[in-house]
Design a protein around this ligand. Structure first.
Ligand code: ATP
Ligand code: MG
Length: 386
């Protein structure tokens, strides 16, 4: 069995082997049906080149990525982006992890139990292996200079560009709000500030984030063209997709904290079994890996494959005529076995809440220093340094 992915997820050593395994897995997934969203095929093709650059010199990368504190992290996060974060951290890339607390308000009136959700996120990060001595974990709202970048950045995009964003359209369709807030339309620009405040050049994300990355790249380019005569102030960051750029939830749509279709990393083994048992499949008995024709079955196969370091095709071949019930048993066992050490670490870490708050305080302090320095440069470039 190829154990490199597993090892990288928990201990982050064996960088070369892990990189190579992940690179080839990402490359293989370029043939998936998941390569049908705008920009996905290009991002996956570029992924193979990026993996080669990472393999050669991981330390040259500065990585920013993050999550909304809207609930516990799930398997879509894990295989879409978290695994890549821990891997890049282990390889020595500089890592910033943002808890996007202002963006909670994009699709709800009030951020309920925000403090609780933020702490749960920090717990998830620490449990999967994000190491605060090597990675900066911080919240939006604690870094004023980051948020100030939103103003000049908003001037660099048109209303038409904001309206065209397919991810924002999809999120509006799933939102429970009766009207759409200005924050919903502008949050991709806010994300540009999240990424550019620390001049990140690599962003490990799921597929839904590709349109936002494109806006960030546009903003960086336009800012540089308009204001930085002495060479570019901002890099044009690139998305790093994983082999699971869009893991489906139990209802067959994108696994998402807000849709009630997620399997949380922190769920216990019984809850996991119950959720997977209820997952949508299709009416064909023989299990085959066919992402375009059988998205729900294929996403379950991919999930088992990622947990067991096999290919989805191998998992499908093993199950074949045994049908959906056998598939679900395989997935349940694979997920529960894979997550067991993460879950027990999480239980231990949860006993010391003050450690979580201290981690965040220190991360916020580091992020503030970086953001202040960038804002100073931005104001100088814009001639607004008085
Ligand atoms: P919410 O429903 O509150 O928006 P979410 O589940 O969509 O939550 P986010 O915090 O919006 O999670 O996303 C954080 C990161 O996880 C992003 O990089 C996103 O692309 C990635 N991600 C989220 N869901 C999935 C998924 N199902 N498959 C792959 N990546 C995912
Ligand atoms: Mg989301």
């Amino acid at each position: 069995m190829n154990t490199t992915l597993r090892t990288a997820a928990t201990t982050s050593d064996s960088p070369d082997a892990a990189s190579a395994a992940y690179a080839s897995a990402a490359y293989a997934s370029a043939a998936d049906a998941s390569a049908d969203a705008p920009g996905t095929t290009a991002a996956q093709a570029r992924g193979a080149e990026l993996e080669e650059l990472i393999r050669r010199n991981p330390r040259r990368f500065r990585v920013l990525t993050g999550d909304r504190p809207t609930g516990r992290l799930h398997l879509g996060h894990y295989f879409g982006t978290l695994h890549n974060r821990v891997r890049l951290q282990g390889l020595g890339a500089e890592m910033f992890v943002i808890i996007a607390d202002y963006q909670v308000l994009t699709d709800r009136d009030v951020a309920d139990d925000l403090t609780g959700h933020v702490e749960e996120l920090v717990l998830d990060y620490l449990a999967i292996g994000v190491d605060p001595s090597r990675s900066t974990i911080f919240t939006h709202s604690a870094v004023p200079a980051l948020n100030q970048l939103l103003l000049p950045f908003l001037s660099l995009v048109s209303v038409g560009e904001l309206h065209r964003n397919p991810t924002v359209k999809e999120e509006i369709a799933h939102s429970r709000q009766s009207s759409v807030s200005g924050l919903m339309f502008t949050y991709p620009v806010h994300q540009a500030a999240d990424i550019l405040f620390c001049k990140a050049d690599l962003v490990p994300v799921g597929r839904d984030q590709l349109p936002h990355l494109e806006i960030t790249r546009t903003i960086a380019r336009r800012f540089n063209d308009r204001y930085s005569g002495d060479g570019p102030l901002f890099p044009e960051p690139e998305a790093l997709l994983s082999p699971a750029p869009l893991l489906l939830g139990t209802d067959g749509t994108k696994m998402s904290k807000s849709r009630g279709n997620a399997i949380a990393l922190a769920a216990d083994a019984d809850e996991t079994a119950r959720l997977i048992k209820g997952a949508k499949t299709d009416s064909r008995r023989h299990i085959t890996y066919d992402p375009a024709g059988r998205p729900e079955v294929s996403s379950l196969l991919l999930l088992a494959a990622l947990c067991q370091d096999r290919t989805p095709q191998q998992v499908a071949d093993d199950i074949g005529p045994a049908g959906a019930a056998a598939l679900k048993r395989t997935v349940t066992e694979a997920v529960n076995e894979y997550l067991a050490p993460i879950r027990s670490r999480r239980v231990q870490l949860a006993q010391d809440r003050s450690h979580l708050r201290r981690t965040l305080r220190e991360g916020n302090e580091r992020a503030r220093a970086v953001a202040d320095a960038t804002l100073t440069e931005v104001r100088a470039a814009m001639n607004s340094h008085y």
